[in-house]
Design a protein around this ligand. Structure first.
Ligand SMILES: Cc1cc2nc3c(=O)[nH]c(=O)nc-3n(C[C@H](O)[C@H](O)[C@H](O)COP(=O)(O)O)c2cc1C
Length: 198
C-alpha cells in the first residue's frame, strides 16, 4: 500500500562530502554537503547559492571533495550549524552561526593539495582535487540553488583503503551516508557488479 506524501527534503541516502574551498583572504572554508554525484572524473555538486562555499567556487573556481568515513560523523555534524558567510543569510540566522575557522572548530587537519589551493582534510581517507567547469542555476526562477560541474584533477586515497593499483577496496572504504538527515554507515556487502575489477 502506498500513500502520496510531501516530504520537506528528499535526501534519500547519499554519501557525505566535506568540500573545502578558499575564502577571499586565503583561509580555507569547509562545508558538509551530500547532493553530489560522479560520472567519470566529472562531479556534479548541488549547492545553495547563499552559502560561502558557492561564493568561493564562483570566485576562485577550485575545491577539494573530501569523503569522510562513517567514523567521522560527529565531526561532520559539528560543522552542520556553521557558515563562513557573513552576514549570515536571513533564512539561516535562527539556527546557524558564523565560523571562519571550520577546520579548527571540527578538529580537522588541513593538508596541502597538489593541483589546487584549497587544502585537503587529512582525516578523510578519500580526497579529490577539482576545478569548476560549469555552473548551472537549477530549481526555477525563485530558487537559490545551483549545480556546479567540477573536473577532478587528482585523487588521493589512504593506503588503508587501496585494494591494488588504482582501485579502492570496497570492503575497507566506509562512506558516511546522509539518509533523510540521519547519518548511517553501510550495511553488509550483498554482491558485486559484473563490471567490478576487485
Ligand atoms: C550532512 C549534510 C549535508 C548537506 N548537504 C548539502 C548540500 O548538498 N548542498 C548544500 O548546499 N548544503 C548542504 N548542507 C548544508 C551546508 O553544509 C550549510 O549550508 C553550510 O552552512 C554551508 O557552509 P558555508 O556557508 O560556509 O559554505 C548539508 C549539511 C549537512 C550537515
Amino acid at each position: 500500500m502506498f500513500q502520496t506524501i510531501e516530504p520537506k527534503i528528499l535526501y534519500f541516502g547519499t554519501p557525505v562530502v566535506l568540500i573545502s574551498s578558499l575564502n577571499e583572504d586565503g583561509t580555507p572554508n569547509l562545508a558538509p554537503m551530500s547532493s553530489a554525484w560522479a560520472l567519470g572524473w566529472t562531479v556534479l555538486l548541488g549547492l545553495g547559492t547563499t552559502g560561502k562555499t558557492y561564493e568561493n567556487l564562483v570566485e576562485r573556481g577550485e575545491c577539494v571533495l573530501n569523503f569522510p568515513s562513517d567514523a567521522l560523523w560527529s565531526a561532520v555534524e559539528s560543522l552542520a550549524p556553521l557558515t563562513a558567510k557573513t552576514p549570515i543569510p536571513p533564512h539561516k540566522q535562527a539556527r546557524f552561526r558564523y565560523e571562519p575557522d571550520k577546520f579548527g572548530s571540527a578538529n580537522l587537519t588541513p593538508l596541502s593539495s597538489l593541483c589546487v589551493k584549497p587544502p585537503r582534510v587529512a582525516e578523510c581517507f578519500l580526497q579529490m582535487e577539482a576545478e569548476v567547469r560549469n555552473i548551472f542555476s537549477i530549481g526555477g526562477q525563485e530558487s537559490e540553488t545551483a549545480a556546479i560541474e567540477v573536473q577532478v584533477l587528482k585523487v588521493h586515497a589512504h593506503a588503508e583503503i587501496i585494494h591494488s593499483l588504482n582501485h579502492i577496496h570496497p570492503a575497507k572504504w566506509h562512506p558516511l551516508i546522509y539518509n533523510f538527515r540521519h547519518y548511517f554507515g553501510l550495511g553488509m556487502e550483498l554482491g558485486k557488479s559484473f563490471r567490478s575489477e576487485t
